[in-house]
Design a protein around this ligand. Structure first.
Ligand code: GDP
Ligand code: GDP
Length: 436
């Protein structure tokens, strides 16, 4: 499940986000002619020749008012901390600069593979310029052009050749989960409270190349859990660790490695925009989700408080209608004992398989009660469905013409599937395929 991580580093304006976008395969961040443009996305999943990996654009982690040199060296430090392979980007147009040398000096401190890419080598004549880059001390420079897509295939080959043999995320049968949420909602308090209530077996699990601080524990019922630490939670100190982009990055990594993600909200402060971003990532990643409303002790409550809060969540997080909600307090430990059981149940639902026979009974029943839509006199025909994947459960529905499947009818089928089986806490995906 753990995918290797590739980080792109380099001084501003060498083309990091251009390369990021090219590898990501879509234009997901804004590239402008100004250095230091804001980037929305700095973390993405990608694939090359069947090898999956995650990619970080460290250039997108802006440290506010910190001086330029601090920013680029901290970004290089992030790459060292987070990545399995580092791509050091420079520019063939400008040649080797002082700032490149500063980045290089930080990167000398790691044993991790560093690939030196000389970007903006847009034509073969420019290849003569790359020899100066040997002086940076990272072996053969690789000429590429991010905007023209020249050499990016070679770069990807080289990246994949340098992945560590084995990135262990032990498949030990334990349930992997994490707490995510904006700063101050109470993630570390929840982590500590949960660990305080259960028997910790191993903390600081070795084996990952990154400095993950996972903790394995066992509950009274004998179930084993691995808590994936979003770090930043229990390890704080460096300048970049307080930046929002970095906390999102850690959250994304934790989401990636979790089966179940607990999205933590703060009852005291209510729902904020940033809560939705974080939750949105977990949803997009197809993980099991539980909404944990923490600091429940801080509210003056009457018999409507919980229901009102629940309605608010349902309204603000409509795409998470499948996620159960639990109101807890890390401080008083109220209802915290329920959490492991909920995580276990959501994990089961997330990996649940439905037999085709039973699934088709449900689908055919649904169609009999609510006839398929028509478009220009042409009626959607649903032939059969089958589950093709778990985590999240994914169903292929064979139809005469996928274009005839309206969003609302798909939603109806999903609801019928949810009514027939327990998929609480997990997204389910429906994919229509044409069958003649
Ligand atoms: P970053 O600050 O390192 O992320 O750099 P950007 O990706 O924002 O690119 C900085 C500028 O260099 C933009 O104007 C890009 O269009 C330009 N650029 C990026 N890659 C190339 C390239 O391969 N060739 C040329 N000629 N320009 C490029
Ligand atoms: P994080 O940034 O999400 O890891 O949040 P912390 O766990 O550091 O908590 C932020 C603050 O909220 C700390 O002062 C905690 O003591 C406080 N806090 C956390 N959980 C609760 C809770 O359930 N009730 C109350 N009243 N305070 C809490």
């Amino acid at each position: 499940m753990a995918k290797p991580i590739v980080a792109i580093v380099g001084r501003p304006n060498v083309g990091k986000s251009t390369i990021f976008n090219r590898i990501a395969g879509e234009r997901i961040s804004i590239v402008e002619d100004t250095p230091g443009v804001t980037r929305d996305r700095i973390y993405t999943s990608s694939e090359w020749m069947g090898q999956k990996f995650n990619l970080i654009d460290t250039g997108g982690i802006d440290m506010g008012n910190e001086p330029f040199v601090t920013q680029i060296t901290e970004q290089a430090q992030i790459a060292i901390d987070e990545a399995d392979v580092i791509v050091f980007v420079t520019s063939g147009r400008e040649g080797v600069t002082d700032a490149d040398e500063k980045v290089a000096r930080i990167l000398y401190q790691t044993d991790k593979p560093v690939i030196l890419a000389v970007n903006k080598v847009d034509n073969p004549e420019m290849r003569a310029e790359i020899y100066d880059f040997y002086a940076l001390g990272f072996g053969d420079p690789l000429p590429i052009s991010g905007t023209h897509g020249i050499g990016t295939g070679d770069l990807l080959d080289l990246i994949c050749q340098n992945f560590p043999e084995k990135i262990t995320d032990e498949e030990d049968g334990s349930i992997k989960f994490s707490f995510i949420g904006r700063p101050n909602v109470g993630k570390s308090s929840l982590v500590n409270a949960i660990l305080g209530e259960n028997r910790v077996i191993v903390s600081n699990i070795e084996g990952t190349t990154r400095d993950a601080i996972d903790t394995k524990f066992v509950t009274e019922t004998g179930d084993e859990y691995t808590m994936i630490d979003t770090a930043g939670i229990r390890k704080k100190g460096k300048v970049y660790e307080s930046t929002e982009k970095y906390s999102v990055l850690r959250a994304m990594q934790a989401i990636d490695r979790s089966d179940v993600v607990c999205v933590v909200l703060n009852a005291e402060e209510g729902i904020r925009e940033q809560d939705k971003h974080v939750a949105g990532y977990a949803h997009e990643a197809g993980r099991g989700i539980i909404i944990v409303v923490n600091k429940w002790d801080t509210l003056k409550k009457d018999n409507k408080t919980m229901k009102d809060f629940e309605n608010l969540i349902r309204q603000e997080f409509q795409y998470l209608s499948y996620a159960p909600i639990v109101f807890v307090s890390a401080k008083t430990k109220q209802r915290l004992d329920r959490l492991p059981t909920m995580i276990k149940k959501v994990n089961e639902n997330h990996s649940q398989r439905i037999s085709s026979a039973v699934l088709n009974d449900v689908l055919m029943d649904a169609i009999a009660h609510n006839p398929t839509p028509t478009d220009n006199g042409k009626r959607l025909r649903v032939y059969y469905g089958t589950q093709v994947a778990v985590k999240p459960p994914t169903f292929v529905i064979f139809v005469n013409d996928p274009d005839l499947m309206h969003f609302s009818y798909e939603r109806f089928l999903e609801n019928q599937i949810r009514a027939a089986f327990d998929f609480e806490g997990t997204p389910i995906h429906l994919i229509e395929r044409r069958r003649k």
